[in-house]
Structures are given as C-alpha cells and as structure tokens.
Design a protein. Sequence first.
Length: 274
Amino acid sequence: MGDPFIDLSDVSLRYGGGTVALDRTNLRIDQGDFVALVGPSGCGKSTILKLVAGLLQPSAGAVIVAKREVAAAGAEAARVRIGLAFQNPTMLPWLTIRENVMIPLKIVEPFRQDWAKKKGGEYAERAEALLEQVGLKGFGDKRPWQLSGGMLQRASLCRALVHEPQLLLLDEPFGALDQFTREELWAILQTLWMRQRPTVLLVTHDLRESAYLANRICVMSARPGRILEDRDVPFERPRTLEMSYAPEFATLVQQLRMRIAHARTPGTPEEQAA
C-alpha cells in the first residue's frame, strides 16, 4: 500500500478553554476516495475538516496531506488545491453568479497568473459549463439574491470545483435544504465527483446522505472525538434514489444510527469501541 493522501496520526486538539475536541484520532484517506464523517453533535467532525484545511493546528499528533505536514498556515503548506462548501453558500452580493463561481480562479495558483487574460473567455466558459451541469444554465448573470437556497447551493458546488481541486471539504453542504432539493443535489454531487475524482471529506448528520454519497463512512465517538468505526459502503455507482430505499441500504443506515446512539453515551474510548 502506498502513502495515503490524508493521514491523521494520533491527532488531539484542545481548545484554549480546556475543551478537548479530539483525542488520539487516526484517519487515513487515499487519493480520490470519498469519505463521510458522522457522529453525535460536537464530536469533532468539523474540527477534522479544519485541521485538514490547515485552519487549525493539532495539540498533538500530525496531519499529513499529500505527504506534507499541514500547519496553521493553511493549504499552501501542503501545496494542494482545496475546494470548500459549507451549509450556508455565502455569495458576494455585488457579483453575478458566474463571477462568484470564478473567484477561486482569481486567487488560486496556477489559475490566478492567467486571470487577466482568461477571465472573460476560458474561465467564464469553465464556470458556465459547471453551472449547466448543475442545472443553472442561463443563471450566470443573475445576482445571488435572485436565486433560491437550493440554486445557491448548486452554485456553491460549482465554485468549490471550478479550479479542479485535489481535495474537496464539505461541511453539511445540504443541511439547510428541504429533503427533495437535498436528494437532487446528492445526485449532482455524485456526478461531479465521478467526473473529476477529487478526494472528498464530507461532514454530515444525514445518514442516508452518507450512504448515498460516500465510499467509506467513519463513525465518531462523543467528545472528545475518535474514529470508532470505519466501514466501506458496498453499493455500486452510480447510485440512485431508488437504491436508498432498498432493504440493504436501510439496514446500513439503521446500523449507523444505532452505532451513533451508542456513541452518544459517555464512557471510555475502549467501552465505546466494544
């Protein structure tokens, strides 16, 4: 086996107030994999995302991305292009949707060095192609306030992927959406991932979402967080909404639900892992 693309080795993180968010957490993710983090609220899922992005520095242990240790300086330390999408798809209101999608091309190397000469041609075409893929053809000239929440989240996915990131970090990207819109965006994200194959780390509370999208699901303990279980998702791709109602799919979701219910109960890591 080669080196993983992401490697958290005995990582602990203690916040200034004394709260221990993570305790000796280990996680290995291969390049091109799609991993979902699930677990009780406050267990450190988003903390892991911030550590991988270089927004936080561990109190102990090492965070390695692309064979380089990530420091608090951020993604540049690992020389990895990162795409980010969060629950709230924040857009700059004075820019059009196309211009918002193109922001990474303006600030991320190697694209920014060609920004002046390509922003009106190749880069705009790249953004429009992504918008069309997510069902937003013809909306590039609209302003953010003219789009619904679901449409803004589609545009947010385009912005996260427009610079062809090697690593895509998703923190509850569909949590604020209604069920129908959420399920529609699952299919869109799956298609985009299958085309570009970035390494994806998804934080979600939706167990159906994790089973639909991920190749692996990691269940975390209550705070201080640790990985209690790392299981493969056996369903073939492309996955469909109909598959999510199959007995084997429902069984996996129920097993995850029971594991998390057990993880919510305070106890030693050894007792939780039993």
